[in-house]
Design a protein around this ligand. Structure first.
Ligand code: ATP
Ligand code: MG
Length: 240
């Protein structure tokens, strides 16, 4: 579903991603961890070409992401992304936030888009918030709206970049629960997170990055029992 072959990326002279090889199958949940600045966000953002790679090949759902003939908007419609900051439109209601892209981009009727929006609001556990503004919701609720908004496009892949990092400890769990449910339903997910409980329980694989390289790519069982790399061990000892 997602394949990095010998991918490199530079920001000017700075070599941020170094020979990345990573293959993610349909339905897999891959959790990406690693120290700040190791390139996690950059790697994830390459998948929907929010960042372009400098060399190597990146194939997503059979499409070469960096090929000049690739219809990037079409590819992006199949990839939902949830960030640390929810990026909801502040002056639109929850329902409007979720129906906007399906009506504008997919050409779905307003009525159908609203039905779909309500379906996903139900799924993330806040159907009663449909007519509220984002500012009237808690952080965890806003993030669940952001997830519902992503799902309303019926993507094949969901990318999450530290979706709970800006949340109060009490509301982190409600967002992780939604993600857990999504994983169980077979969504292909790439998740950057520091939530090791989630990683251990939900991930099919843990990818550990350090200084632009993937140092480990293993199952949670292997990784948490005994990381092969000293740097991974050090990282775990600091955050666990
Ligand atoms: P964090 O855990 O802090 O979010 P990260 O692992 O997601 O870190 P990235 O955001 O991918 O790391 O950044 C990797 C490196 O690339 C960092 O050293 C960062 O300063 C650098 N970098 C990121 N974006 C740019 C940019 N637009 N221009 C130049 N350098 C950048
Ligand atoms: Mg980051």
């Amino acid at each position: 579903m997602i394949s990095f072959h010998q991918v490199n990326k530079h920001y000017g002279s700075f070599h941020v991603l170094k020979n990345i090889n990573l293959h993610i199958n349909q339905g897999e949940v891959v959790v990406v961890i690693g120290p700040s600045g190791s390139g996690k966000s950059t790697m994830v953002r390459c998948i929907n070409r929010l960042e372009t790679v400098t060399s190597g090949e990146l194939v997503v759902d059979g499409v070469k992401v960096n090929d000049k003939n690739t219809d990037i908007n079409k590819l992006r419609r199949d990839i939902g992304m949830v960030f640390q900051h929810f990026n909801l439109y502040p002056h639109k209601t929850v329902l409007q936030n979720i129906t906007l892209a399906p009506t504008k981009v997919l050409g779905v009727s307003q009525k159908e888009a609203e039905e779909t929006a309500l379906y996903y609001l139900e799924k993330v556990g806040i159907p009663e918030k449909a007519e509220m503004l984002p500012t009237q919701l808690s952080g965890g609720q806003q993030q669940r709206v952001a997830i519902a908004r992503g799902l309303a496009m019926r993507p094949k892949i969901m990318l999450f970049d530290e979706p709970t990092s800006a949340l109060d400890p009490e509301t982190i769990g409600e967002v992780l629960d939604v993600m857990k449910k999504l994983a169980k339903e077979g969504m292909t997910m790439v998740v950057v997170t520091h939530e090791m409980g989630f990683a251990r329980e939900v991930a099919d694989r843990i990818v550990f990055m350090d200084q632009g390289t993937i140092l480990e790519d293993s199952t949670p069982e292997e990784f948490f029992a005994s990381p092969r790399e000293e740097r991974a061990r050090l990282f775990l000892s600091r955050i666990l």
